[in-house]
Ligand binder design. Structure first.
Ligand code: DHB
Ligand code: FE
Length: 285
């Protein structure tokens, strides 16, 4: 049977992708950001999974105000890096896992979560920047990736509670897939940032670090945080953090069966463009 071995959490920022693609990672501004992912890249090499289930948000790239799925699962065989205005990032195409993705869709939808099935989709910085941070600049990504897009851009957005419960349903779905696959689940986006309006540039280090603490220690309680608290405390784009609860909900301990996860790595840095960068690696025991 397939199993979830670990979860990875990381912010995404378009400028991080640009810094990598333009060879600026050693510049003084960026060096401390990328230093925080050196350990992560080694960990990825040592713990390469068979599949990554990557929870992220599309930024009006594949979807627009014309169509806004709350939860969308990518079932295609491959996904191209999106053109977000400066041409597609020079990164490998994403190879999907249609069999596992279809199985998860079947299981999760029958578990009462209404997913949108996506068979053609370009993937934006929300997905490619986390892959770059964790994997560097390989000729091909190390394994197939199932993109799972969450609407955190246009209100109404899903609650943290629903995201957390969805993670539990995804865990059950993966555990019932009849192949011995090691699967990582990634929750991406966040941490505190606001890109527009009078509060543009908002960063809240206290909130971010309390979120990291509680995500590790008591995610069920954290899942009850109302969406308005994210917006007030972490800025309008801080709501991206609810996606981390999907990945955390898929870990063994929240289903009552497993032991607490091991914190393999934790990193926090300000600034990266307008965003506080947070990062965690949790391993199932
Ligand atoms: C920035 C952060 C984001 O999450 C995003 O989607 C776009 C821009 C930023 O900090 O510049
Ligand atoms: Fe974003």
């Amino acid at each position: 049977m397939a199993r979830i071995t670990a979860s990875v959490y990381t912010s995404h920022v378009p400028a991080i992708g640009a810094a990598i693609d333009l060879g600026k990672t050693a510049e003084p501004y960026w060096q401390p950001v990328f230093a925080g992912y050196e350990k992560s890249k080694q960990w990825m090499r040592d713990n390469t999974p068979d599949v990554i289930f990557l929870v992220y948000n599309d930024h009006a790239t594949a979807f627009s105000l014309e169509m806004i799925p709350t939860f969308a699962i990518g079932c295609a065989a491959e996904f191209q890096p999106a053109d977000e205005g400066w041409g597609p990032r020079p990164v490998p195409k994403v190879i999907g896992h249609p069999e596992l993705a279809s199985h998860i869709a079947q299981s999760v939808i029958q578990d009462d979560f209404d997913l949108t099935i996506v068979n053609k989709m370009d993937v934006d910085h929300g997905l490619t920047v986390p892959l770059s941070l964790m994997c560097g600049q390989p000729a091909a990504w190390p394994c197939p990736v199932i993109p799972f897009a969450v609407n955190v851009v246009q209100y109404p957005v899903p609650s943290g509670r629903r995201c957390f419960m969805l993670g539990q349903a995804i865990r059950k779905a993966i555990a019932s897939f009849d192949a011995p696959l090691k699967v990582q689940i990634w929750g991406t986006g966040g941490m505190s940032h606001q890109l527009q309006g009078p509060r543009a540039g908002l960063i809240n280090q206290e909130f971010d670090n309390a979120f990291l603490d509680q995500l590790i220690a008591d995610p069920a309680a954290l899942s009850n945080k109302p969406h308005i608290d994210y917006v007030r405390e972490a800025g309008s784009e801080g709501i991206e953090l609810v996606m981390w609860l999907i990945a955390r909900g898929a870990m063994a301990d929240v289903n009552g069966a497993g032991a607490k996860p091991t914190v393999r790595h934790r990193f926090y840095h300000v600034p990266a463009s307008n965003t506080a960068v947070g990062h965690l690696i949790l391993e199932n025991n």
